[in-house]
Write a protein that binds this ligand. Structure first.
Ligand SMILES: Nc1ncnc2c1ncn2[C@@H]1O[C@H](COP(=O)(O)OP(=O)(O)O)[C@@H](O)[C@H]1O
Ligand SMILES: [Mg+2]
Length: 260
């Protein structure tokens, strides 16, 4: 089982879109994939057409005493091999509980460990808040993927997220490799191209050499949650995500080889 956290302390940078696009890419490769919505705003959950009122069962139940099991909470999507775990608005109240209930930071990691090999790949779609849910994701992850909008203001969010990832890596004493994915790239703008270059200068090989372009076809969640057709990846955006997935899998393979 491989676990990727998709996180950035900035909102609107393409985290949820990346989670969906990589998830369907992995499912198309025949992997059993579970997407976990860790954002109380529940965009990923909504993308699958799940009504939020009354709240669906999902991530909150992993934090109950006793916790429920992922296998009982995961729902199948219309895409073969792709399951998801819903977020609820009440996830936002977990932060308060964590003060009186130490150990909540590892609840997700423990639930995934109990879940074992029922899924090959887990993608954690994080909220843009550095709180208990993000800590849970980073504690559980084998890799941190940071989607970063190719525009100047997004660089601060990237720096903050990389620092957070490195801090978690030091405290858990297990490697947490970071992969930076430039998103929402408009190659016609100077700001976009300059930001891309700055990212590459600052973070070198941790940055994907290409970028996910702005593509209106993927801004419609229905495109991302509909079954994969024969042509696989309609449009430039999803085609770019397929290449990003190849890179991420190669990075994972290299890391596993190094560790062996
Ligand atoms: N490559 C893209 N092209 C066009 N629209 C995009 C692209 N990536 C994301 N979007 C849109 O941008 C908005 C923010 O993306 P989202 O994935 O929800 O970001 P986050 O999860 O980081 O808040 C959404 O409306 C989404 O549909
Ligand atoms: Mg999101």
């Amino acid at each position: 089982m491989r676990i990727w956290a998709i996180a950035n302390q900035k909102g609107g940078v393409g985290k949820t879109t990346t989670t969906l696009a990589l998830g369907r890419g992995l499912a198309a490769l025949g992997q059993r994939v579970l997407l976990v919505d860790l954002d109380p705003h529940a965009s990923l959950t909504r993308s699958f057409g799940v009504p939020l009122d009354p709240p669906p069962s999902g991530v909150l139940e992993l934090f109950a005493t006793p916790p429920q099991e992922i296998a009982a909470l995961a729902r199948p999507s219309d895409i073969p091999g792709l399951d998801y775990l819903c977020a609820q608005a009440a996830l936002a109240t977990l932060e308060r509980r964590s003060a009186s209930q130490p150990g909540l930071g590892l609840a997700l990691q423990q639930a995934l460990a109990r879940h074992g090999e029922r899924h090959d790949h887990i993608l954690l779609d994080c909220a843009p808040t550095l709180g208990l849910l993000m800590i849970n994701a980073l504690a559980a992850a084998d890799r941190l993927i940071v989607p970063t909008q190719a525009e100047p203001l997004a660089l601060h969010g990237l720096d903050g997220m990389v620092r957070t990832g490195e801090m978690v890596e030091r405290s858990r004493q297990r490697p947490l490799p970071i992969s930076i994915l430039p998103t929402l790239f408009d190659r016609r703008t100077r700001a976009g191209n300059e930001t891309l270059k700055q990212m590459q200068d600052r973070y070198g090989t941790r940055v994907w050499e290409d970028a996910i372009p702005v593509d209106t076809r993927i801004s419609n969640p229905a495109t991302l949650t509909a079954p994969v057709q024969d042509d696989g990846y309609p449009g430039r955006g999803l085609a770019a995500y397929r290449h990003a997935l190849d890179w991420l899998r190669a990075e994972d393979a290299a890391q596993l080889e190094k560790a062996a």
